[in-house]
Design a protein around this ligand. Structure first.
Ligand code: FES
Length: 622
């Protein structure tokens, strides 16, 4: 066995010869960003090997610079270990699963807009029962049913009670001096508690994204959001897009089970943190609603997503599902509590988009509205006279900061805003610390600014120092540097970054953004063609997803991500999917509405549209 030490953690583990550094990191419980899922494509998993260095593989030679290889940098997914080794794991590649996105939620705690009635099937009833005597030998269960009847609860004769709750009754009601609260849902006794807890009735709404998982704790009595927590989806270590996850799920050594377990652990952490924040007991959570893209939906349920990816793209199920907590192994909630899974629309347009359609009310509007969700996968929905069309585009994860040389997610240390004039560069860093990288909104700003200055041309080429606009200052001009693989632009000098290395925008980064923005724009064009209306007829564009909140609309229009419309027509709607999950948590009527919407949405399959490629190529131009 080999001894592997990780720094600065000083963690030691033992592994067999030939284990990759990535496998060793996973075994040591150190999570790092692996956007390509360890396939040797992205070059992001850079570690520094202090002792026990291996010869660089051809992939490492391609993705690392000569200088990096000389210094001992290797790719964790490629470097195999054959000696005792000391490995330094840089902070910028580490994934911090402890709520890195919590800053995105600030100011997001609010009362759900009451554009629907609170009509949950759940009832909690407090009963002060008569005590048994020789003159009153009714059974405990009869006594409870009679108490419920006095409180005018209907259908008592059909009420069902499970054996675990029956077992609780004799001791619990006597200890509580016959003062108990009964929780009933759909003719079933869900819980029995001592004393009056009738007001303690809560639910959890989850939005499981490929990158981020958000959970909201809701008071079912008032519809009030009590707390919210966001975490990185831990499955990200197996790749940052759904295709990598589908691939990992096929691993013979329990890939699917592992993915399900990882997401369940994260939901449990969110439940613990939201209930702690709101100071409530998680045993009083009786309802859970889950939305997510179709792949995340399948992985949460332990359904093999294998047929989602190859044509003809078939999910196991699209319809809504009503389950019990006990159906999901390891989920730490009252086992009798309900789980409602919203319907999916297609293999690549999931329940999260349906929830967004619901919460934005676009399903009942006569206006022409576009809903654009800029997640790892891009989804576009067009609403016109209460009819709906949807498509999904493989935009790639560039806007999440992946596959970008200095890219990162919108977390502490990320540049999220950039302004450049002919002389100065101004940028904003999340939480104001030293720069760790650039996130999607910063990247869009940066490219928009360089386009404005003429430093990026229409085809996306970063032009040479000498070609620039003559009014450009020397300060800006000298930031254009000739690299081995095209020019690059120096945004931040090494002295201002956390790792002391300068932060560049490379030609390859620009190409990644071009591919992403062209895919989204082409998707918009195809949906408009479906209904035969021009871009100018769009009355509103709703930007969904956490990323949509940070994006500068002007920059998004400038780079051609969104149509060139007056900015007042573009609105960020935050986590519309999470809001939709909250609404369906509190309202049965809205669950029915969401099921109707899912049948109404016309899914447009872009892979069968020859004109998609034409639109995509046109949209590549800046
Ligand atoms: S190259 Fe190692 S994770 Fe992508």
């Amino acid at each position: 066995m080999l001894k592997i030490t990780f720094l600065p953690d000083k963690k030691n583990i033992e592994v067999n010869q030939g284990t990759t550094a990535l496998e060793a990191l996973e075994r040591a419980g150190i999570n790092i960003d692996t956007p390509c899922g360890g396939k040797g494509i992205c070059g992001k998993c850079k570690i520094l090997i202090n002792t026990g260095i291996t010869t660089a593989t051809p992939i490492e030679e391609e993705l690392l610079s000569e200088e990096e290889i000389k210094k001992g940098f290797r790719l964790a997914c490629q470097a195999k270990l054959f000696k005792d080794t000391i490995i330094e794991v840089p902070s910028e590649i580490r994934l911090d699963f402890k709520g890195v996105f919590s800053s995105n939620l600030k100011g997001d705690i609010h009362r759900i807009k009451k554009n629907f009635a609170l009509d949950s099937n759940l009832k909690k009833v407090f009963l002060g029962l008569e005590k048994p005597s020789l003159d009153d030998q009714r059974s405990d269960w009869e006594r409870i049913k009679d108490g419920l009847s006095l409180k005018k609860i209907e259908n008592i004769s059909n009420l069902k009670i499970s054996l675990p709750i029956l077992k609780k009754i004799p001791l619990l009601i006597r200890k509580a001096d016959f003062r108990v609260t009964v929780t009933i849902c759909n003719d079933e006794i869900m819980d029995l508690e001592s004393d009056n807890t009738a007001k303690k009735s809560y639910g959890m709404a989850f939005d499981i994204g490929t990158t981020t998982v958000v959970g909201y704790l809701i008071d079912l009595g008032s519809g009030e959001e009590l707390s919210a927590v966001a975490k990185t989806n831990p499955q990200i270590i197996h790749g940052d897009d759904v295709i990598s996850r589908i691939g990992f799920a096929q691993q013979p050594k329990g890939g699917l089970e592992k993915l399900q377990k990882e997401i369940v652990i994260t939901l449990n952490e969110i439940i613990r943190e939201t209930t702690q924040k709101a100071e409530i007991d998680k045993s009083n959570i009786y309802e859970t609603v889950i939305v997510g893209n179709t792949c995340m939906h399948h992985l949460f349920l332990g359904l093999n997503p294998i047929h989602l990816a190859p044509s003809p793209y078939i999910p196991v199920i699209k319809e809504s599902l009503s389950l019990k907590v006990k159906d999901i192994p390891g989920l730490s909630l009252n086992p009798a509590a309900n789980i409602y899974m919203l319907p999916n629309i297609s293999a690549f347009v999931g329940a999260d988009i349906l929830a967004g359609i619901l919460s934005t009310s676009m399903w009942r509007e006569d206006k022409t509205i576009l809903l654009v969700d800029l997640g790892t996968n891009g989804e576009v929905v067009l609403g016109l006279k209460k009819k709906l069309w949807a498509c999904s585009v493989a935009a790639g994860p560039a806007f999440e900061g992946a596959r970008i040389s200095s890219g990162m997610r919108a977390a502490e240390g990320a540049i999220n805003k950039v302004k450049i004039d002919s002389k100065f560069i101004i940028y904003k860093v999340i939480e104001d610390g030293k720069v760790r990288g650039i996130c999607g909104s910063g990247l869009i700003d940066l490219i928009a600014e360089l386009l404005k200055l003429g430093l990026i041309n229409k085809s996306g080429k970063l032009i040479g120092r000498e070609e620039g606009n003559s009014e450009l200052s020397e300060e800006i001009r000298k930031r254009i540097i000739k690299g081995q693989k095209g020019n690059k632009f120096l945004l931040v000098k090494g002295k201002e970054t956390e790792n002391g290395k300068p932060l560049y925008l490379t030609q390859r980064d620009i190409r990644e953004v071009q591919l992403a923005k062209a895919a989204i724009f082409a998707g918009i064009k195809i949906l408009l063609k479906e209904v035969n209306i021009p871009l100018e007829d769009i009355q509103e564009i709703l930007l969904a997803g956490a990323f949509g909140n940070f994006i500068d609309k002007k920059s998004a229009v400038r780079i051609g991500l969104l149509p060139n419309l007056p900015l007042k027509k573009i609105e960020s709607v935050g986590n519309a999917a999470g809001r939709g999950a909250e609404i369906t948590l509190c309202s049965n009527k809205m669950r029915e509405v969401s099921e109707e919407i899912s049948k109404k949405v016309k899914y447009v399959e872009l892979s069968s549209r020859p004109d998609f490629q034409e639109e995509f190529i046109k949209a590549m131009i800046f």
